[in-house]
Design a protein around this ligand. Structure first.
Ligand code: G1P
Length: 301
């Protein structure tokens, strides 16, 4: 294992909690896992995998559910499908599928979270499957697009920050604090917000700030022992936020303001914005958008 100059270990493992029921997207998610919903032609999970691989992650741990075996079928290579495509002269798409897919020799683990006990419980399910050192957690619902991957940026910053827990952070409207983990910020310096606390989904009146956690985390390994003691919190679920809070005194916590644009693809509005954004970057689809007179929606970022 590599240690960088500041003494922080390399981030070698990415955990993808993908066991959730996707109730906000029913009926689309009745049989299709929400992580396989497409942004144009690419499922959400693919963006998260690409982001982790671009960040140099060695091991990918998917915390899934027995009813969501389609996720495994998507992320792993399908040589028979590629052979069929090549036989039909569709070598281009076959090559793309091969590049996107994880291969049998890759370091990939699927572990099942049988009961919907919360995000903290999902991360705890990965405990016996991670490599030594801090771990990354990526929530595929939060699609973050930009010139540099959010996790790459966070890993580059991690060793310099001096906090064992680093979370992706974004300012939200005060009215929206009840949808996020919210940081109690003690100091802001550039992209880094040092935090003395974190609270899960506080009401706007009691929220300690409007700096929200979005779905990218780098967590010191103490998270696993802290999660093992964690009682159910908000919503009756074992919250990752609460276990992060327990570790602050020992390892520190900071928020990181990433450069990309984040889309909440767990909501219809966020998914629509993501599709319009990606369509606006695609020559063929951009013409369709112009046809609808909606190109003004996709000009940002
Ligand atoms: C989860 C976390 C929350 C975080 C959010 C980011 O909530 O519990 O702290 O801010 O992801 O998307 P969920 O959206 O799963 O309810």
């Amino acid at each position: 294992m590599r240690d960088d100059h500041s003494g922080f270990s390399a981030v070698r493992t990415a955990i993808f909690p993908v066991a959730g029921l996707g109730t906000r997207f029913l009926p689309a998610t009745k049989t299709t896992p929400k992580e396989l919903l497409p942004v144009l032609d690419t499922p959400l999970i693919q963006y998260a995998i690409d982001e982790a691989r671009d960040a140099g992650i060695e091991r990918l741990v998917f915390v899934s559910h027995p009813s969501k075996s389609a996720i495994e079928r998507h992320v792993m290579d399908d040589a028979a499908l590629r052979a069929t495509l090549c036989a039909k002269g569709k070598d281009g798409i076959a090559a793309r599928l091969e590049a996107d897919a994880l291969q049998p020799g890759d370091d990939v683990v699927f572990v099942m979270q049988d009961a919907p006990l919360g995000l903290g419980h999902a991360v705890l399910c990965a405990r016996n499957h991670v490599l030594p050192g801090p771990v990354a957690v990526l929530l595929p619902d939060d699609l973050i697009l930009g010139p540099q991957g959010c996790l790459s940026e966070m890993i580059a910053a991690y060793g310099q920050i001096g906090a064992g827990h680093l979370v992706a952070a974004e300012e939200v409207a005060r009215a929206a604090t009840g949808s996020y983990g919210i940081l109690d910020v003690s100091r802001r310096a550039g992209a880094v917000s040092s935090a003395r606390g974190i609270v899960e989904k506080p009401a706007p009146e009691t929220a300690p700030s409007t700096t929200a956690v979005v779905g990218r985390y780098i967590l010191d390994p103490v998270i696993f022992s802290d999660l093992s003691w964690q009682q159910a919190g908000t919503g009756g679920e074992i919250q990752l936020t609460d276990a992060i809070a327990r570790g602050i005194a020992r390892v520190g916590l900071a928020g990181f303001t990433f450069s990309g644009r984040r889309f909440d693809c767990g909501s219809k509005a966020g998914m629509l914005q993501a599709v319009l954004h990606v369509a606006g970057l695609d020559p063929e689809c951009r013409d369709v958008l112009h046809g609808f007179g909606r190109n003004r929606l996709v000009t940002a970022a």
